[in-house]
Design a protein around this ligand. Sequence first.
Ligand SMILES: Nc1ncnc2c1ncn2[C@@H]1O[C@H](COP(=O)(O)OP(=O)(O)OP(=O)(O)O)[C@@H](O)[C@H]1O
Ligand SMILES: [Mg+2]
Length: 336
Amino acid sequence: MKIAFVGKGGSGKTTLSSLFIRHLATTGAPVVAVDADINQHLGAALGLDEARAAALPAMGERLQLIKDWLRGSNPRIASAQTMIKTTPPGEGSRLLRVCENNPVYDACARPVELDGGTVRLMVTGPFTDSDLGVACYHSKTGAVELFLNHLVDGPGEYVVVDMTAGSDSFASGMFTRFDITFLVAEPTRKGVSVYRQYKEYARDFGVILKVVGNKVQSQDDLDFLRAEVGDDLLVTVGHSDWVRAMEKGRPPRFELLEDANHLALCRLRTAVDATYELRDWERYTRQMVHFHLKNARSWGNERTGTDLAAQIDPGFVLGERVTAPSEGDARLTPTA
Ligand SMILES: Nc1ncnc2c1ncn2[C@@H]1O[C@H](COP(=O)(O)OP(=O)(O)OP(=O)(O)O)[C@@H](O)[C@H]1O
Ligand SMILES: [Mg+2]
């Protein structure tokens, strides 16, 4: 299950991502945590000290390795140089799973021990000016998009991405890569305006968007969010002394998190799990092709000097089950 936390800067994306990751880990669920935010703080929020957080390998610096691995023997992708962030998998591509060892995890993921379980953490690496606001070849989130587009995740397995609600994710298609998107909003006009913008982009792509109210202190806060986002409001979280203690570098045991916040995390998970039956791998694959063509036309063809539309394998559908080989090859098909 692929989950994004998005929202305005400072709204609490990293905090809520990290709490949700901790919640999943205590239940023993396999989790890959991904820090794709402009401000790279997920490692710290998961309890890594500064030195360990700084030593995390940056996915953005390992794009060549990632591309070479994912490309596999796909004859439509001549080289890693012609593989852009939206290049979709096809026959011969290597797919990734949540629970496995592979060279991408070896190079880019590090284990983080939490109360009750260990998760894998991957980080894009710090953003530079050239990464921001452009549908650009070099963008750091491109590594995450490639990862998600080659991932075959099943129920009970979780990939949690802490992410910016920036124009890069809209241009590339990144925002369509999730089973559910949690938009973290404070009860303020700015918080809600990011929600409106996201909703507008998401409307035509079947993106499931739910609002998680954060730093909600009063009935008035709650009424404001209800009035502004209506039924999209899934749950609200108040000020947490547990979070504050963690920020002071003295994380209490996770079971000591406030009951109301534990309950909020359970509701997030229920919402995530409920999306499983709505999954549509064909649509998921179609959307990656759509955004690949868009990126190819707007900058990719020119940048790589090739016709990137030729990378699309028309018969390929990403999915969870490999059916019995037909015509000599095993093809992945959707379960639905
Ligand atoms: N529910 C909460 N209770 C207490 N403190 C909170 C809560 N939510 C967020 N905070 C605090 O608010 C600050 C901003 O939160 P956080 O870093 O999670 O936001 P963000 O959206 O990831 O920000 P950025 O855009 O900078 O990455 C942090 O100091 C965090 O500890
Ligand atoms: Mg953050």
